[in-house]
Design a protein around this ligand. Structure first.
Ligand SMILES: [Zn+2]
Ligand SMILES: [Zn+2]
Ligand SMILES: [Zn+2]
Length: 331
């Protein structure tokens, strides 16, 4: 692609690819194999033939899918080619030979698919699997128990017991049963239920707000935010530092936004970061950068809504990767 050739590799947004794969898995009409969880209604319209992608030429089914989150009463409707644009290209715009060019409401789709539950589940799983990688601000302790319990959603056996995750700076902590983690990862659901041998069902829930506060607050995030703010020039940020050579920043200032945490008035727009060696991108509101830099918080909230920075993805993106290694990998 022209833009990629001019300015290094182009691999799209990692988050959007994950989101696209999540949605794709729920749509049998385009090859999905996962039954929709209890809170999701997925309806695919009739297949109307085929169309091709303007980016890569791949041909797929022509049609639309509508997903409704019953807990949130929110729905999103997209052409199949949009699922392809997300999953294959990590792009917010689709280009179909029949559907034309259109924008994908990424924030709405994340909300509908419970993307946050899914990512937090994956983060917790990674922390439990690689205790050596637990960041400085967190401590994790497992409370094993003997036996298994059956998940009320899928029937799978899940081990009993729980683990506690604690923020070493704020002292906040919470205990999560393994069944709760299973529900987050497998069903993208903060609610979980267990089938008892007598046929009864017991229910529980992961305290998402608390988990968010525990995982998402670290002095290291302040340093990361301050470093990025140095080469972002919108109002309220540094802009005095030269952008590292392996990164490209594109800014889209727009109106105003007020931080719900501190009341500071910021630019209401967004900015994009791209690593020219890996081609990966991230698109964030300025408010997200402010939350990292000023509050050491991965979660942000303002008048236009709230969201969450996937810090591990951002760290990987801003890290310098050696072009030599890249060349070896790409053959
Ligand atoms: Zn394509
Ligand atoms: Zn399950
Ligand atoms: Zn603030």
């Amino acid at each position: 692609m022209q833009r990629g050739a001019e300015r290094g590799r182009h691999a799209g947004e990692i988050e959007l690819k994950k989101l696209g794969h999540l949605l794709h898995a729920y749509v049998p009409a385009i090859g999905g194999r996962i039954p929709a969880p209890r809170y999701l209604e997925v309806e695919a319209g009739p297949t109307l033939g085929s169309e091709s992608c303007g980016r890569c030429g791949a041909t797929g089914e022509l049609g639309e899918v509508s997903v409704r989150n019953l807990d949130k009463g929110r729905a999103v409707q997209l052409p199949f080619i949009a699922v392809h644009a997300l999953a294959s290209h990590g792009e917010r715009f689709y280009e179909g030979s029949t559907s034309g060019i259109g924008a994908i409401d990424v924030d709405a789709l994340k909300d509908v698919l419970n993307y946050e539950e899914y990512r937090i589940g994956r983060l917790l799983t990674a922390l439990l699997a690689h205790t050596a990688l637990v960041p400085d601000h967190l401590a994790i302790a497992e409370e094993m128990a003997v036996g298994v319990v059956s998940c009320g959603e899928c029937g799978d056996p899940v081990r009993l017991g729980s683990f506690t995750v604690r923020n070493c700076y704020s002292g906040a902590s919470t205990s999560i049963p393994y069944l709760g983690l299973h529900a987050l990862v497998e069903h993208k659901d903060a609610r979980f239920s267990a089938l008892a041998v007598d046929g009864g069902v017991s229910e529980g829930g992961v305290a998402m707000r608390l988990v968010r506060e525990i995982l998402g607050r670290s002095p290291a995030y302040q340093a990361l935010g301050a470093r990025i703010a140095g080469f972002v020039s919108a109002r309220g940020f540094g802009g005095a530092e030269p952008c590292p050579q392996h990164l490209v920043v594109r800014e889209h200032p727009a109106g105003e936004e007020v931080c719900a945490a501190c009341g500071e008035v910021l630019d209401g727009g967004t900015f994009e970061l791209r690593n020219i060696h890996t081609g990966h991108e991230m698109h964030l509101p300025y408010l997200a950068l402010h939350a990292l830099m000023s509050h050491g918080e991965a979660f942000y909230e303002g008048g236009r809504g709230r969201g969450w920075v996937d810090v591990p993805v951002l760290q990987r993106l801003t890290k310098r990767t050696w072009p030599m290694v890249q060349r070896l990998h790409s053959g």
